[in-house]
Design a protein around this ligand. Structure first.
Ligand code: ATP
Ligand code: MG
Length: 402
């Protein structure tokens, strides 16, 4: 098969392929970008695989950066673009189910494609637009089938992360997992315990952010993958609730929102310990927690200025979207209106501070002054007190502290 028209991302990278060829080596576009162009999907990062070894690649191009030389990857900077060029390679014995114990560089494209995870990810594209399809990836692509390259059991046993990848590709591509591939995923799901949690998080997060996340979750449930991931043991029913709670065509608009929905359906009481186990950043954990708290408060109350001030409009809107997707009442306009009515968004915007209370009103630093500042902040947020020095001093006198 030959592509008549190469998309601009590939066109732009053609001179790179040509340079490598002129130097006497082979070079191809490989991986996700080839799959995506055939599916008419937008392309991101164009990956290049080549027969030259890293030192040889560096000799061909003027500007290069070593970004993963031990894996054979060199970053080439050319014509204002950045291109990852990876030497054809095979991966030897996997001792810990996740990382090859060594990588061997080879000169054959076939060897390189053979180590790739799924047939649709094992296609290559040459500079003339010809697709090299050694594992029937094109036929699987046409039928929307995700199939392991080679012996499925061996492939998941080598690297159990591929189980998570299969689930996320099912969700992002809306592909069905081929039965033997699926059976092998199920058989080796227990190996997910051995995978670094950061890598599982990346794949699971991509699954949740996919348009067909429900499909990914259904496959995830069918292989009981949850039993081998932190804090998800024995949660089949909870995932069922997640699927039941949201309307069919809803997709998450941010990772924080997606994980909040997951933890809400799990009735998880302690997001902090959960995300510690999943090793995410503190900022991420706090955002998810905020969306969860807002969602729960909203079950009892309308959105208040105080909520917007405390959590910020963005997280409130994300929680409101979850309500909408659950068929609960929503009021996006009210949120926007209250937000524009807020005179301050942060306590540093208050027209007075502790220093002024000490200097001008004779306060002493301590809990009493903290209480007064809190009362001032609350009144300004509620809109009952103007954010002006004189008005605030008057207010402090009125509440009887001076
Ligand atoms: P995306 O569009 O999300 O980037 P992708 O297919 O490009 O999808 P990457 O994670 O960027 O996925 O990996 C690039 C390519 O490397 C894949 O298409 C696949 O050929 C190969 N690959 C990545 N991870 C694995 C793995 N764990 N086992 C085997 N091959 C892999
Ligand atoms: Mg990619």
């Amino acid at each position: 098969m030959r592509l008549e028209h190469l998309p601009s991302e590939f066109q732009k990278a053609l001179p790179i392929l040509e340079k490598i060829k002129t130097a006497g080596f082979e070079a191809y576009f490989v991986g996700g970008s080839v799959r995506d162009v055939l599916l008419n999907r937008p392309i991101h990062d164009v990956d290049i695989a080549a027969s030259c070894y890293p030192q040889e690649t560096k000799a061909i191009f003027k500007h290069t950066i070593d970004i993963g030389i031990e894996h054979g990857t060199v970053l080439v900077l050319e014509n204002g673009g950045e291109y990852e060029i990876t030497t054809f390679r095979t991966e030897d014995v996997y001792v810990d189910y996740r990382r090859p114990s060594s990588v061997s560089f080879v000169r054959s494209l076939k060897e390189d494609l053979k180590r790739r995870d799924f047939t649709v990810n094992a296609l290559a594209l040459d500079d003339s637009g010809r697709i090299i399809d050694l594992f029937d990836g094109l036929s699987d692509l046409k039928q929307s089938i995700l199939r392991a390259v080679g012996q499925a059991e061996a492939r998941f046993h080598e690297d159990a992360l591929r189980i998570m990848r299969a689930l996320r590709f099912a969700a992002s591509l809306n592909f069905d997992i081929e039965p033997k591939t699926f059976a092998a995923m199920k058989a080796y799901a227990p190996l997910l315990e051995k995978i670094s949690i950061e890598r599982s998080f990346v794949e699971f997060d991509k699954l949740l952010m996919s348009p067909h996340w429900r499909k990914g979750i259904q496959a995830f449930m069918a292989i009981r993958a949850y039993d081998y991931l932190p804090d998800f043991q024995d949660t089949f029913d909870k995932w069922q609730c997640l699927l039941a709670d949201y309307t069919e065509n809803f997709s998450f608009s941010s990772s924080e929102q997606a994980w909040a929905a997951v933890l809400l359906s799990q009735h998880h009481k302690n997001p902090k310990t959960f995300f510690k186990k999943w090793k995410t950043s503190t900022n991420f954990q706090r955002a998810v927690e905020a969306i969860m708290i807002i969602f729960e408060q909203r079950l009892a109350d309308d959105v208040t200025k105080q909520m917007i001030y405390t959590y910020g409009k963005d997280w409130i809107l994300l929680a409101e979207e979850l309500r909408q997707a659950q068929g609960l009442s929503v009021d996006f306009e009210r949120i926007e209106r209250l937000d524009t009515e807020l005179t301050i968004h942060d306590k540093h915007e208050i027209a007075i501070n502790g220093g002024m209370l000490i200097k001008d009103l004779g306060f002493k630093p301590g809990p009493e002054m903290g209480k007064v500042l809190k009362a001032v902040e609350e009144a300004i947020v509620l809109g009952t007190l103007a954010n002006e020095r004189e008005a605030i001093f008057e207010f402090i006198k009125e509440i009887g502290h001076v």
